[in-house]
Design a protein around this ligand. Structure first.
Ligand code: KIV
Ligand code: ZN
Length: 506
C-alpha cells in the first residue's frame, strides 16, 4: 500500500462553510497548526472568491514549509486559474486545483450544458493551467476534480474517457468527490476502482467525501484500501452542510488498521480544540475520538472492563489510548443508575479516599437509588454517601475527648451506650495509648494496619487535613477497618479507632 497523502481542505471547504469565514491572521494561525500536524498538502483557499482570500493564499504560499504542496481552487475559467497562479505560483510546490461537474443531473439542471461542452471546457482549463503554471514553476501540478463524481454512475464511461483526456492535458491528480453523499460506500468505491483501473498507476487518485449521510470516513478509509492515495479531509469534519471527511477519524482509523500514517497523531486533539474555537463550531459531545464524552463509560459492565484495561494499549471499551491523539484526560467513569461497584470504588479512590471493594459493594445500592432520581452523580455526591455510611457510622460508642495527662499517659473520655466513661492508658503515642485505655475499659483490640493520608483538599468540605485508616483485630481475629478525618492528626487516629468499633458494637 502506498503511504496516504493527507490533503487538508479546512482553509477552503471548511472556511467557505463558516458563518464568519477566517481572516488572514486566522488562516495564518491555522496554517501553522497544520504544519504541526505534518499535513502533506494544504488547499489554502479560493483566490478568485475575494480580495481577502487572494491575499491569504499569497501569504500562506510564502509561509509554506519544505515539501508542502500548496494548492488553491479555481473554476474552469481562465481568470480563476490566473488568480491561483498569481497567488500561489511562487510556492515551492504549487498546485492548481480546477473542477467541473460531469454528472448528468448537474450538467443538465444546474449548468444547462451538454456533456461534450463540459468535457471540452475541463480539458481546455487543465491545458491552460498546466502550461501557465509550468512557466512559473517546474514543480507545479494540476489537479482536476469531477464535481459530483458520486452521481456519475450512469455515465461513468464518458467520465473515464474525459478523464483520460484531462490527464493527457496535464492533470496528474484526479480528485473524485462525493460532493453530496447519496450512495453506499461500496457503490462509490466501485466507481473509484473503475477510474483507477482505467487511468493506471501514474495518476494519483484523490477522494473528497462530504458527510451528508455520515459515511464519509468509511468511504475515505475504504477508498484508500481501494487505491486512492490522496485523502482530502477537514479538521473536525468542517465543510459545506454536514461537512467533509473528518481528518482525525481517517488518520486514526488507518493507523489502527496497520497503515503508517505520515502525520503527527499526538497533535490531533489540541488542533481540534483550537479549530473548534476558531470556527465557532462546537464539538459534538459524542464526536468520535475528540468529543468530551468519547471516553466516558456509564454502564457497570463497560466501567469494569475499562478499569481493568486502563493501562493497556488495547482497551476493552475504547478504540485508542487517549495519548495517541494527545488527549491527556483518562476514560471518564460517570455514576448513574446503570453503573456498578467498580465505579463507586474508582470514583472514591480517585478522589483520594481509601475504600475496599466490599465497602463499595455496600455503598452501590445506596448511590444507585439516589441516582435513579437525580441522574448522573458528581464525585461530591458520592463522597457524601461515603462520609455518611463509612466515616460517620453510628454505633454504641461516642468519642468525646482524648488528652495527654502526664509523660506517656493519656486520658480517654467516651460514651458507651450513653454511659460516660473516663479511662487512662499509656503507650508509645496517642494511638497506642488509646488502644491501651480501651483495653482497660474492657474493649481489647490489636492494631494490624495503620496508615495516615494527608488530604490536600477535603473534597467533603469539612476542612480536615488528615485521614487515618486503621485495621483492628480482636480475640476472634476478625479484622475491622476504621477511618476518620480531622484537622488534627492524633485526633484522626483516635476517631478512626472508634469508627472501627462502631461497626461491631451497634
Ligand atoms: O465538494 C466538492 O465537489 C468540492 C470540489 C470543489 C472539489 O469541494
Ligand atoms: Zn467539497
Amino acid at each position: 500500500m502506498k503511504t496516504p497523502f493527507f490533503y487538508d481542505i479546512t482553509l477552503r471547504d471548511g472556511n467557505q462553510s463558516l458563518k464568519k469565514p477566517w481572516q488572514l491572521n486566522e488562516k495564518q494561525f491555522i496554517f501553522e497548526k497544520l504544519h504541526d500536524l505534518n499535513i502533506q498538502a494544504v488547499e489554502v483557499g479560493f483566490p478568485a472568491s475575494s480580495h481577502m482570500d487572494f491575499e491569504a493564499c499569497r501569504t500562506l504560499a510564502d509561509m509554506a514549509w519544505d515539501n508542502l504542496v500548496v494548492s488553491a481552487l479555481a473554476r474552469t475559467v481562465k481568470s480563476d486559474i490566473d488568480a491561483v497562479i498569481n497567488s500561489i505560483g511562487h510556492a515551492k510546490n504549487p498546485r492548481v486545483h480546477t473542477f467541473l461537474t460531469l454528472s448528468p443531473f448537474h450538467m443538465k439542471y444546474v449548468l444547462n450544458k451538454e456533456p461534450d461542452y463540459c468535457a471540452q471546457k475541463a480539458i481546455e482549463a487543465v491545458e491552460y493551467a498546466y502550461e501557465k503554471i509550468r512557466q512559473v514553476n517546474k514543480n507545479a501540478q494540476v489537479q482536476f476534480s469531477v464535481e459530483h463524481f458520486g452521481d456519475c454512475a450512469e455515465n461513468i464511461d464518458f467520465v473515464i474517457d474525459t478523464l483520460k483526456k484531462i490527464v493527457s492535458a496535464g492533470a496528474s491528480i484526479i480528485n473524485l468527490p462525493n460532493t453530496v453523499e447519496r450512495t453506499r460506500p461500496a457503490t462509490f468505491i466501485n466507481l473509484i476502482e473503475r477510474v483507477k483501473n482505467a487511468l493506471g498507476d501514474d495518476v494519483i487518485i484523490s477522494l473528497h467525501n462530504h458527510n451528508d449521510l455520515g459515511m464519509a470516513t468509511a468511504t475515505t478509509v475504504e477508498g484508500y484500501f481501494a487505491g486512492a492515495v490522496q485523502l482530502e479531509c477537514c479538521i473536525n469534519g468542517l465543510g459545506e452542510r454536514a461537512g467533509n471527511t473528518d481528518f482525525a477519524q481517517v488518520a486514526v482509523a488507518l493507523h489502527n488498521n496497520g497503515v503508517k500514517v505520515p502525520v503527527n497523531l499526538e497533535k490531533i486533539y489540541e488542533t481540534s480544540m483550537i479549530i473548534s474555537q476558531m470556527a465557532r463550531v462546537k464539538i459534538y459531545e459524542k464526536a468520535p475520538l475528540i468529543g468530551p464524552e468519547a471516553l466516558a463509560h456509564r454502564s457497570g459492565i463497560h466501567q469494569d472492563g475499562a478499569i481493568k484495561t486502563k493501562d493497556m494499549d488495547f482497551g476493552a471499551y475504547r478504540p485508542i489510548k487517549p495519548t495517541l491523539i494527545g488527549r491527556d484526560d483518562d476514560e471518564k467513569i460517570g455514576f448513574t443508575s446503570q453503573s456498578g461497584k467498580t465505579a463507586v470504588f474508582e470514583i472514591i479512590n480517585n478522589a483520594g479516599y481509601p475504600i475496599t471493594i466490599e465497602e463499595a459493594v455496600r455503598l452501590t445500592p445506596i448511590v444507585k437509588e439516589i441516582s435513579e432520581q437525580k441522574g448522573e452523580l458528581g464525585t461530591d455526591e458520592i463522597l457524601s454517601v461515603y462520609r455518611k455510611e463509612i466515616l460517620d457510622v453510628k454505633g454504641a460508642f461516642e468519642f468525646i475527648s482524648f488528652k495527654l495527662v502526664a509523660g506517656n499517659k493519656f486520658k480517654l473520655c467516651f460514651k458507651f451506650k450513653g454511659e460516660l466513661k473516663e479511662v487512662e492508658g499509656s503507650g508509645n503515642g496517642p494511638l497506642d495509648a488509646c488502644l491501651d485505655a480501651l483495653k482497660n475499659a474492657g474493649f481489647p483490640r490489636k492494631l494490624s494496619f495503620y496508615k495516615q493520608y494527608a488530604l490536600d483538599e477535603d473534597k467533603m468540605g469539612s476542612g480536615a487535613s488528615a485521614m487515618s485508616v486503621i485495621h483492628l483485630v480482636g480475640k476472634d481475629m476478625e479484622e475491622i477497618i476504621g477511618r476518620a478525618i480531622d484537622q488534627n492528626t492524633a485526633r484522626a487516629n483516635v476517631k478512626a479507632i472508634f469508627n472501627a468499633l462502631n461497626q461491631v458494637y451497634k
